[in-house]
Design a protein around this ligand. Structure first.
Ligand code: MN
Ligand code: MN
Length: 466
């Protein structure tokens, strides 16, 4: 009997068959990521895959029965995948898995367009916690929706297809950065400097009228902006005011890629938290279970989980109530007997920045899905602290299926901290624990995860649903 705990590295333990399964799963995950950069993209892709797996749209007024497979897209940005089991839902509850599908990015302001000195720009307002200097001089794609007057919705997606143009935020050249370099990194690039270049070709039509006009007058005329607006109008039928009824954002352009000679790791935008959303979705789509199982893709986690599509919304309760009502069960009983894993990324131990971590309690790359009994900051504020009994249940569940997992605390105590949606589910009276994939460079435009860890979380989700 081994009396000492020792963390295991999945790549060290894996035989060839396991390695093949890990690498194959990673291909599916990358394909999902490439079309799921925003919560809208992820929800639409989940609905598409659910439909393909025989899931049908959910209705709050329907009576569900064992064997039913349903999906519910809440306002395009939050999706619930439900598989109704054969167990008595009042006594067995629901096995709930929650992950968020919004990621840090640059939203367009309501009046984003302007022209200055011959270049046309979008003004942005960053979404989520970012290190602003990381978001300059990288290729950005524009994604989202615009509402035209009368209710027509136009989808915009430019920058990710081969041959598409991209958008770009400039930074000062090193030769002139003496002043900028003397500032702390949080101040080096200001929020109001995150302006993306979107055009440089002026309208030519009334060149004659320009003769004799001074530079100030020319700028006022906004010739490049006029030209860009004309292009937008031709392509989408929109005018400038329509930006005020839009949700458009700039996200890092490009596809997920392997990292390293051995391809053991994945480079991508938005691992936080699609790297947890994808495994939980696959667990629900792939496996039948006697339990009633629900996977939730949440929105607005990066800004506090508020609003109709965030996990503080009553909508999740309404879905649970609908399931309970289908079987004449008391929804209080259903919630009390439900179990939840809140799947969100945790900070992976980064050897280059080891001073920010406490080595014994950090999550390590390739050592499996990391269980965080609590998250939060300082004296464990703003967190769900999972009870020992529930930790014991999770341990037994994962161990019974041979899942390699580890624990994770988000950095050394006084270095900062962070929270996720676990507490909002726990506040409903549902046992909940955090589990997630360790990430390096979290919230950077491109993040790093291990193929072994996303597969470990998939195994953990399957074990939890079984
Ligand atoms: Mn997250
Ligand atoms: Mn995050």
């Amino acid at each position: 009997m081994d009396l000492k705990y020792k963390r295991k590295n999945i790549y060290e333990e894996a035989d060839q068959a396991k390695l093949d399964a890990i690498y194959a799963f990673a291909e599916d995950y990358k394909a999902f990521l490439n079309v799921s950069k925003t919560e809208r993209g992820a929800s639409a892709e989940a609905a598409r895959q659910a439909e393909a797996a025989g899931f049908k749209p959910f209705s709050f007024s329907e009576k569900l029965k064992a064997g039913d497979k349903r999906y519910f897209i809440n306002r395009g940005k939050n999706i619930f995948l439900i598989r109704v089991g054969t167990e008595d839902v009042a006594r067995d509850g629901i096995r709930i898995m929650v992950a968020h599908v919004d990621s840090p990015r640059l939203d367009l302001k309501p009046n984003p367009m302007y022209e200055k000195d011959g270049l046309c720009y979008f003004k942005t307002h960053y979404y989520g916690g970012i290190k602003k200097y990381q978001w300059t001089t990288i290729p950005m794609a524009l994604q989202g929706v615009v509402m035209l007057p009368g209710g027509e919705k136009k989808e915009i997606n430019i920058g990710d297809e081969e041959g598409d143009p991209v958008f770009y935020i400039t930074d000062l050249l090193p030769h002139l950065s003496g002043e900028q370099n003397s500032k702390p990194t949080a101040k080096a690039i200001e929020g109001e400097s995150l302006n993306a270049v979107i055009g440089a070709l002026p309208l030519k039509e009334d060149k004659a009228a320009d003769e004799g006009a001074d530079d100030k007058e020319k700028e006022k005329k906004g010739k490049v902006k006029d030209a860009v607006l004309k292009l937008l109008n031709e392509k989408y039928g929109m005018t400038e005011i329509d930006f005020q009824c839009s949700e458009l954002c700039l996200v890092p352009a490009g596809k997920a890629r392997d990292i390293g000679f051995d391809r053991a790791l994945i480079f991508a935008y938005g691992h936080d938290d699609k790297v947890c959303a994808y495994p939980e979705m696959r667990a629900v789509l792939d496996y039948d279970s006697p339990h009633t199982v629900m996977a939730v893709f949440a929105d607005k986690e990066e800004t506090g989980s508020e609003g109709t599509t965030g996990m503080q919304s009553k909508v999740i309760n309404d879905v649970i109530d609908t399931i309970a009502a289908s079987f004449g069960a008391n929804p209080i009983e259903v919630r009390y007997h439900s179990k939840c894993i809140s799947a969100d990324v945790t900070a992976g131990y980064d050897p280059t920045y080891s001073q920010a971590f406490e080595s014994r309690n950090s999550a390590y790359i390739s050592c499996g899905a990391a269980i965080s009994k609590y998250t939060g900051a300082r004296g464990k504020s703003s967190t769900n602290d999972a009870p020992a009994e529930y930790m014991g249940f999770i341990r037994d569940t994962l161990d019974a299926s041979g899942v390699i997992w580890q624990t994770g605390e988000l950095g050394a105590i006084d270095m900062g901290g962070g929270g996720t949606v676990a507490m909002y589910i726990a506040n409903l009276g549902i046992d909940t624990v955090d589990i997630g994939v360790p990430v390096l460079s979290m919230h950077a435009p491109y993040e790093l995860i291990s193929k072994a860890d996303v597969y470990s979380l998939y195994e953990a989700c399957v074990a939890f649903c079984k």
